[in-house]
Design a protein around this ligand. Structure first.
Ligand SMILES: C[S@@+](CC[C@H](N)C(=O)[O-])C[C@H]1O[C@@H](n2cnc3c(N)ncnc32)[C@H](O)[C@@H]1O
Length: 252
């Protein structure tokens, strides 16, 4: 599954604002000085940008992604970061450091339960912690009602569970599975919902079009195009909340 730098740039300010402050604080408290952080599915480096100002200057980041174009953007913006082009399915190739820290954002809803469990087992082998931010949790709510909202949300959430390159995707269940997979670890989690207003017109428009494409692929909502057009027309008046969860899994 591919993502464009333009789409990631559109969502980045909303993602940054949405991050759960308590989960972020617990992550920052756990990261010592002179540390390395491995970011999985880094895109252009939004996790680094969101959290590095809270961390010591000497943290060494390694950004991993299978998309060479996105990694190139990351390299231009963060020349001090290590760049690692890789398919995250190859867990054995990830350069995990004993007691180290791994981060990811907007990644695990794409992954399968089996993948998450194998990743956690791999982290457990070396006692590494994981800060997994912005996992979509299945909620889409609008302050102004449309009669197709529930049907569209249900169809979109079904589509979210299609294979995105890691096997059948967890979609809305990723935070729940991340939190359950870790006996012996301390889990800190909290909501990181997007709150979209008229100020986010470009993001909302792209997001609604993306929902429309996904739902059309399910064939479950024949009037999906009308819903997309109606929702785009309502952007100036209707707030949209998209549910996400941040999960921190701390090795103890
Ligand atoms: C939704 S984007 C999130 C990017 C970034 N973390 C952010 O929040 O802006 C998911 C990222 O995971 C990467 N990705 C998806 N499947 C991958 C795989 N199998 N191996 C490596 N990267 C993958 C994509 O290229 C993309 O950059």
């Amino acid at each position: 599954m591919s993502f464009t730098a333009e789409w990631l740039a559109l969502r980045e300010p909303v993602d940054t604002a949405a991050r759960n402050a308590d989960v972020l604080a617990a992550f920052v408290a756990d990261v010592g000085p002179d540390t390395s952080i491995l970011d999985l599915g880094s895109g252009t480096g939004s996790t680094l940008r969101a959290v590095s100002s809270y961390l010591a200057q000497d943290v060494q980041w390694t950004l991993t992604d299978m998309d060479a174009t996105l990694l190139q953007h990351a390299g231009h913006r963060h020349p001090d970061a290590n760049l690692l082009p890789c398919d995250l399915n190859d867990l054995a190739s990830l350069p995990l450091i004993p007691g180290g820290h791994v981060t990811a954002s907007a990644l695990f809803d794409l992954c399968s339960a089996d993948y998450v469990q194998r990743l956690i087992a791999r982290l457990d082998q070396v006692g590494a912690s994981l800060y997994a931010a912005l996992n979509y949790d299945g909620r889409m709510e609008w302050s102004v009602f449309h009669p197709l909202d529930a049907a569209v949300t249900a169809a979109f959430n079904l589509h979210q569970q299609r294979d995105k390159g890691f096997g059948p995707a967890l979609g809305p269940r990723s935070a729940e599975v991340l939190s359950q997979s870790v006996p012996g670890y301390r889990v800190v989690s909290g909501p990181s919902d997007w709150v979209l207003t008229a100020d986010h017109e470009a993001l909302q428009t792209e997001y609604l079009r993306g929902i429309g494409i996904a739902v059309a692929e399910t064939g479950l909502v024949p009037d999906i195009d009308k819903w997309v057009q109606a929702r785009i027309a309502m952007i100036p008046e209707a707030e949209c909340r998209v549910g996400h969860m941040d999960v921190l899994i701390l090795a103890e």
